[in-house]
Design a protein around this ligand. Structure first.
Ligand code: ADP
Ligand code: MG
Length: 313
């Protein structure tokens, strides 16, 4: 690279290492040193994004930074953890300074919004790919897990479903893609406030990265239960309803990944004290003792739903 690895880190990444509590030592040494307050657990999650697999080669550096960060922080949201620290392994084909400047500015903005700091990473040359590890804090034993759903619980989701998949479809199929749907693909929002609010309230939670049916399927499997979804209650956005038939919209809502909304379960009467999740929320079904995932249509007909989402292998 024309710009040395160290100059690149110094120029574009070093300044992102402030803005979070608990950083005893950030970028610049062999390890970062982080303070974990007594009584808190460290929530950790790592995600890799590869060009051509997780994002199109045409993505802007700002969209890439936003998408990567939110996709990764979404896992913290799903656990009810408070975001704190990020490490970033960056593989770049070249040290393109305008690209790096735009990427770092957008990453910095995203980090600031979450109260996070970039505390370390690795920089290598190769085909464009990013690996982000997020670190968050959650009071001991209060994390939202996948294994707590019980028969009789309600099934809920935040926001609207299927928009990211519709956005990708717009990008690939349409001459004049709908900008709101595109935005849901390129600029997802990790539902951190919702996750924090659901702590101590939800019996289980998961973020929707592979599609509602697949991700709810993980909750059902881990909890040893089943569910029936009310198909006519799936929350659909206005641009979704304007651009797609009801049947196509339902397919996107059930199977489309990358929305990064939360799917959660609440014990009976749990919704009365749910309050403000920072985003709309909708009840979409009920947890059953009988295993499997079923859909009930407006006419009351019940059918088994396929649970497969996007799988790499
Ligand atoms: P080492 O060889 O000891 O692993 P490096 O020379 O790779 O360390 O990195 C020097 C410092 O810069 C370390 O503190 C490392 O965490 C940080 N760093 C390297 N790449 C990145 C990156 N992409 N984002 C954030 N910090 C980085
Ligand atoms: Mg070292």
């Amino acid at each position: 690279m024309s710009l040395s690895e160290f100059a690149l880190i110094e120029r574009y990444l070093q300044s992102l290492s402030t803005g979070a509590e608990g950083v005893a030592l950030g970028i610049g040494d062999d390890c970062a040193l982080l303070e974990i307050p007594a009584g808190q657990q460290l929530a950790l999650s790592v995600d890799t994004l590869v060009e051509g697999v997780h994002f199109p080669a045409t993505i802007s550096p700002a969209d890439l930074a936003c998408r990567a960060l939110n996709a990764c922080v979404s896992d913290l949201a799903a656990m009810g953890a408070e975001p704190r620290w990020l490490t970033l392994a960056l593989t770049l084909p070249e040290a393109n300074e305008p690209w790096l400047a735009a990427f770092a500015a957008a990453l910095g903005e995203g980090l600031k919004g979450f109260g996070m700091a970039l505390v370390g990473g690795d920089t290598t040359r190769g085909a464009l790919s990013l690996t982000l590890q997020v670190h968050g804090l959650v009071p001991a034993a209060q994390a939202l897990r996948r294994d707590g759903a019980r028969p009789g619980d309600g099934v809920y989701v935040t926001g609207t479903l299927g928009d990211a998949m519709a956005g990708l479809d717009q990008l690939q199929q349409r001459q004049a893609p709908n900008s709101a749907l595109l935005g849901r693909f390129f600029r997802p929002c990790a539902r951190v406030q919702a996750g924090l609010r659901l702590r101590g309230r939800a019996s289980a939670a998961v973020d929707i990265s592979d599609g509602l049916a697949a991700d709810l399927g993980h909750v059902l499997g881990r909890s040893g239960v089943g569910a029936t979804l009310w198909l006519d209650q799936l929350p659909l956005s206005e641009p979704m309803r304007d651009n797609y038939t009801a049947e196509q919209a339902q397919r996107f809502a059930l199977g489309g990944g990358e929305d990064f909304e939360l799917c959660f379960t609440l014990p009976p009467a749990g919704e009365t004290e749910l309050g403000d999740l920072g985003v709309s929320w909708t009840r979409i079904g009920t947890i059953d003792a009988e295993p499997g995932l079923r859909g009930r249509d407006a006419a009351g007909r019940i059918a088994v739903l396929p649970q497969h989402g996007y799988q790499h292998f």
